[in-house]
Structures are given as C-alpha cells and as structure tokens.
Design a binder for this molecule. Structure first.
Ligand SMILES: CC(C)(COP(=O)(O)OP(=O)(O)OC[C@H]1O[C@@H](n2cnc3c(N)ncnc32)[C@H](O)[C@@H]1OP(=O)(O)O)[C@@H](O)C(=O)NCCC(=O)NCCS
Length: 169
C-alpha cells in the first residue's frame, strides 16, 4: 500500500479495490452523506475507489484512505482533489469520517496534515475546501485547518462556500 503521510493518530495511504467494504461502512451512512445526493452502496463505493485510482494516475493526488494507527482500521478518507471551480483549477482538501469516530479531532488532524503535505509537495499558492453552507461540522474542520470563506459558488448545481488558505510566506 502506498503511504502518503502520517500524523499523530493516522496514516493516509492510497486506496486499493479491497478497501470497498470498509469504505462502504463510511459512505453508506445516510447521516454522513446528508449533504450529498445519496448514500453509496457497495457498488457505488467501488466506483468511488476507482475514481480515486484514476485521480492518482492522472493528477498524482486524490482522496486517500484514512487509517487509525491504533487499530489499523480504515475509518474514512481525506485527501487532495483537483477540482474545476468558477473557470479555474484548484486543489481541494476533502474528508469523510465514519460516524462512530466523530468528535475526536481526527478529521481536523487529517485535513491539517493534507494542507501541510500539499503546500510541501504541490506548486500551488492556494488550497480550498468546497462545503455546503448547511454543513456546519465540515465548515468547522475547514476553519480549524486555517481556512476562511473566500466566496460562494454554484457548483454541480448546489450552493457551496469556497473556503481557502494561501501558502504561508
Ligand atoms: C465533516 C466531518 C468529517 C467532521 O467530523 P468531526 O468529528 O466533527 O470533526 P473532527 O474529527 O475534526 O472532530 C472535531 C470535534 O472533536 C473534538 N475533539 C475531541 N478531541 C479532539 C482533539 N484531540 N483534537 C481536536 N478536536 C478534538 C473537537 O472539539 C470537535 O468537537 P465539536 O465539533 O463539538 O467542537 C464529519 O462530520 C463527516 O464525516 N461528515 C460527513 C462528510 C462530509 O460532509 N464531509 C465534508 C464534505 S465538504
């Protein structure tokens, strides 16, 4: 497995097809997927992983598997995705965490590690997170990751806040 980075409690590594069952436990939860069109079933999760395998090949980045060091369990995803927003390409930090692990700072820990990794490894001056205005827990993660609201856009037919952070001097 290709490990991308480590933080205190987490390893972020590339997904593999055999992660589908563990990831489906995250993405099939209607509460976790409240701000998405629908929760994903096993087949939808397999397609999600395949999309990220294509991102690794084409963009060098994508959503990575979030693995808890203490148990080696896959408990979510976090990573960097190349996104086209308002006529420009950006790198977005995204995250999804299994609901029984909410409230421990794990998503923030992963997002901060991705922000540091992206500024160290990608030639970009700005990172973003695209977040539905109603998604308060996700907005809090972006804020704890040092981001502030840059603008609001209609993206894939839905209103989104574009949170952003600039490369430090
Ligand atoms: C967005 C999401 C990952 C946030 O999860 P979360 O558990 O609230 O976020 P964190 O893991 O960073 O945990 C933060 C909470 O843990 C608490 N916490 C406990 N121990 C902590 C620690 N050691 N360090 C930091 N925070 C800690 C914080 O106080 C905070 O609690 P609060 O929200 O009550 O203030 C989660 O709600 C989710 O998966 N949502 C569905 C998917 C989604 O919408 N993704 C984003 C799409 S834009």
């Amino acid at each position: 497995m290709n490990t991308i980075l480590e933080s205190g409690r987490l390893i972020l590594r590339e997904f593999a097809p055999q992660d589908a069952t563990a990831l489906a436990r995250v993405l099939s939860d209607p509460e976790t997927m409240k701000y998405y069109p629908a929760p994903l079933d096993q087949s939808g999760t397999e397609q999600w992983i395949n999309r990220n395998l294509r991102r690794y090949a084409h963009d060098g980045v994508g959503l990575w598997a979030m693995v808890l060091k203490a148990s080696s369990e896959l408990i979510g995803d976090c990573g960097v995705i190349r996104q086209y927003v308002d006529s420009e390409y950006f790198y977005e930090i995204g995250y999804h965490l299994r609901r029984d692990h909410w409230g421990q700072g794990l998503a923030t820990e992963a997002a901060v590690a991705c922000r540091e990794w992206a500024f160290a490894n990608l030639k970009v001056n700005r990172l973003i997170s695209l977040i539905r205005p109603e998604n308060i827990p996700s907005r809090h993660v972006a804020e704890r990751n040092g981001m502030t609201i840059w603008k609001e856009v209609d993206w894939r037919g839905l209103r989104h806040c574009v949170y952003a952070i600039e490369r430090p001097e």
